[in-house]
Write a new protein. Sequence first.
Length: 204
Amino acid sequence: VYTALARLRRERGDHAGEIEIYREILARSPDNHAALLALAEAQMEEDDLDGAIVTYQEIEQRFPDDPRASVRLGFLLYEAHRFDEAVARFEKVLAENPGEYEIAFFLGIADHRLGRDDRAREAFGSIPPSHKYYAEARTQLAVIDERRGDYTSALAELQKALAVEESRELELYSATLRSKAGDFDGAVAYLQGLLDKEPDNDEL
């Protein structure tokens, strides 16, 4: 009955009321896994990020064998810019599931935000060309190399990204890196090659 009432509140857009009902359920049955998950979802719908984090931390504690809790908690901590805590969850998930490349990508982003570029490079470099985040991972590697002043490596990473995904933004970034490396003739030639294919493109 309580669950039906909670669903009715959700259908009406009354997330605060829905949350109240789930709390009543949990007051009687603290280990109700489904109610905890539903509470966290309702808190996210209510834009209560901190509340959802607390709920997922409780799920993680009560149900340590539920990998979804660690994944979702990692993403919530990432959204809250609590990158150290997010990294801990992402690493835990990857230790148990090495092929979770989306997790590896966000692990790389979090490490990069924390200034841990060597660890970020390792995470980004683990993503295979067949994965949807490959091009973005290679772009992030280019950004790291650019920040180090290694424009040759940055350009090589961009070429890998462009090999699997056409992107005007990345093409322009590639020209910019050539300029930063002092290869102005190369930058002009690269842009001219693009312009030859699209002679009416004002941006090029």
